[in-house]
Ligand binder design. Sequence first.
Ligand code: NAD
Ligand code: G3P
Length: 315
Amino acid sequence: NVLATAGHDAVLWARKEEVCAGINDNHRNPRYLTDAVLGGNVSATSSHERALAEAQAVVVVTPSSILRQAARDIAPFIGPDTPIAICSKGVEAETGFLPVEIFEEELGGRDRIAALTGPNHAEEVVKGIASGTVIASSGADTALFFQDLFATETFRTYVSDDIVGAEVCAAFKNVIAIAVGAAYGFGMGDNTAALIMTRGLAEMSRLVEACGGSAMTCLGLAGVGDLIATCTSEHSRNRTFGYRMAQGTTLEQYKAETHMVVEGALACKTLGALADAREVELPITSMVRSVLWEGVDPKVAAAALFDRSLKPEFY
Ligand SMILES: NC(=O)c1ccc[n+]([C@@H]2O[C@H](COP(=O)([O-])OP(=O)(O)OC[C@H]3O[C@@H](n4cnc5c(N)ncnc54)[C@H](O)[C@@H]3O)[C@@H](O)[C@H]2O)c1
Ligand SMILES: O=P(O)(O)OC[C@H](O)CO
């Protein structure tokens, strides 16, 4: 819808005919953000071939867990130079690949691939509430192309050449948001939230640098910007899940109730694997993983963070 607002024809590929019919006939998605009225230049089809027939660019917005399948689905229908923007936030479980690495492996041409990421809750963006984003690519022309393509009066776009940093930040902030939500769910306070967010930012920057990105990216919209939005917003599924988890809701129960992704639940494992391979310490991420996947009692896990040896803030 942002692209449509910017004056472009946007063709959505959707799995369900019901969704396509709702968008084509009523300009509404009947399953997600159902109150939003989409622009007249948004249409939908369940055929990749039809969706991509005249595509001058591709924007990928699937859950991160199915990115490789998404790349394979579009491969037969796009050219070798078609620009691709990926909005998904996560790391592939089997390989530890970032989204750009999956698409490069499947489709080739790293410089035509961009990551679009930042504090962009869909609930607000679709209403035209002022938001900013980062479009990161190793190809300067690609970043500038998408910067122009997405810019509207209420959606401000910035470019970056640090796609690795931007994608690590995007996956990371979701894990920290689960921890912050859980802290509030256990009755902790704003001091606790600020502690987790700030030390989470330290973890994020250590991993970004170890992966070859720039720590400065963590101070931009993709990093601290999205960290603030996700850790503090009622719209965040990750934060809300953390809160509910503290009150006894399981991941399966939450997903069944909302039919939505909780990317941080997977990212606490995948980022942990990336960090282990690079000998980077991620205490908060490890705590979230131990609680979600290893059955550790959250209060015991939180207490263990306070038991760690005392150290300088920056080292
Ligand atoms: N919602 C936001 O505000 C927001 C903002 C920025 C980035 N993102 C990122 O975008 C990605 C998608 O998030 P979302 O909010 O749209 O998730 P969602 O859970 O709201 O919707 C997921 C969509 O993917 C579809 N889907 C699920 N499994 C599929 C499959 N196997 N094949 C094809 N489609 C499938 C679902 O039908 C649904 O339309 C995530 O990586 C998320 O982090 C979301
Ligand atoms: O609802 P969340 O927690 O998946 O966050 C959505 C977006 O990533 C916010 O920028």
